[in-house]
Design a protein around this ligand. Structure first.
Ligand SMILES: Nc1nc2c(ncn2[C@@H]2O[C@H](COP(=O)(O)OP(=O)(O)OP(=O)(O)O)[C@@H](O)[C@H]2O)c(=O)[nH]1
Ligand SMILES: [Mg+2]
Length: 289
């Protein structure tokens, strides 16, 4: 298999169109252990801008970087936001940077069903760092913990959704807090709110650091990248990385199974629940009576 960006792009499209083809594509592929980073937070907090500056930082170290933006409202490429396009343009000619948007259709309000396979595929394409940006309400942000080893929660001062997000259980999934737009008033207040939330959170061992950034100027990005590395080291040294891998693999298997079941159900002509259930179960479970 050619490992160029065009091939990668084509294979991702194939996976999105036919999730069940993914296994054939990724099976036997020699995979690299990439750092998978999840970035989530309210719309407009500056996630894409931050990703853009992170790419630059990682490129300085010579890393190959892949980005998947799940259901972006301000897309990276070919989309409505001219600013984004100009900002990202410098990377488009770089063979070591891959950026792709993905719809969040498929899963029940969560990430695209193909996300796990796409990340696995990218590992097979020798990326050192894979960044998944997600936005939106509900399950999407929570599901990111199954995909990424380190989750960044990006907030910005004065954004009304921020406190809402903190309340919605996101404190529990954040490995690093990012206060972006620190050039705007309100960063101190936001940091206090985060600290207050952390106080009552049940997290131990790893206390998520809070990093202030100005993504538009690249301020704080080095520190952020360092914290991500620190978190990775923590996962490895504490053995927690195995837990995360297991959690991911289980979720991945669940996604594949769900796709299979959906296919059987869609293609079957049965009229009763019993009929459909029997048909489905017989395909996934040999001794089903
Ligand atoms: N002042 C200031 N503006 C910023 C900063 N970072 C991003 N912005 C601006 O905030 C706006 C939204 O930035 P995006 O990067 O598109 O935000 P996003 O979180 O990816 O947005 P969605 O993908 O729509 O959720 C853009 O106009 C950015 O230029 C920052 O650090 N300071
Ligand atoms: Mg964005």
């Amino acid at each position: 298999m050619e490992k160029d960006m065009k091939t990668l792009s084509r294979l991702i499209t194939q996976m999105e169109n036919d999730p069940l083809s993914a296994r054939k594509i990724t099976k036997g592929l020699d995979k690299k252990e990439a750092t998978v980073i999840g970035i989530t937070g309210p719309a407009g907090a500056g996630k894409s801008t931050l990703v853009n500056t992170m790419i630059k930082e990682y490129r300085k170290s010579g890393y190959k970087v892949g980005v998947i933006a799940v259901d972006p409202s301000s897309p990276f490429s070919g989309g409505a936001f001219l600013g984004d396009r100009i900002r990202m343009k410098q990377h488009f000619t770089d063979e070591n940077v891959f950026i792709r948007s993905m719809a969040s259709r498929g899963a029940l309000g969560g990430l695209n069903d193909s996300i796990f396979d796409v990340v696995e595929l990218m590992k097979g394409f020798d990326f050192d760092v894979i960044i998944v940006e997600t936005v939106g309400a509900g399950q999407t942000e929570i599901d990111i913990v199954y995909v990424a080893q380190t989750v960044l929660l990006v907030l910005s001062p004065g954004g009304g959704d921020e406190i809402q997000m903190l309340k919605a259980g996101l404190v529990e999934i954040a490995d690093v807090f990012v206060i972006n737009k620190s050039d705007m008033p309100g960063a101190d207040t936001l940091e206090l709110s985060i600290r207050a939330m952390l106080e009552i959170s049940e997290r131990k061992d790893w206390i998520p650091p809070i990093v202030r950034t100005v993504a538009t100027e690249g301020t704080g990005i080095r520190e952020l990248v360092d914290k991500i590395q620190e978190h990775e080291r923590y996962l490895v040294e504490s053995g927690k990385i195995r837990e995360r891998q297991k959690r991911r693999v289980k979720k991945h298997a669940e996604h594949i199974l769900r796709n299979r079941i959906r296919k059987v159900l869609n293609e079957s002509e049965g009229d009763s629940v019993d009929e459909l259930l029997n048909m489905t179960m017989r395909t996934i479970c040999k001794d089903w009576k």
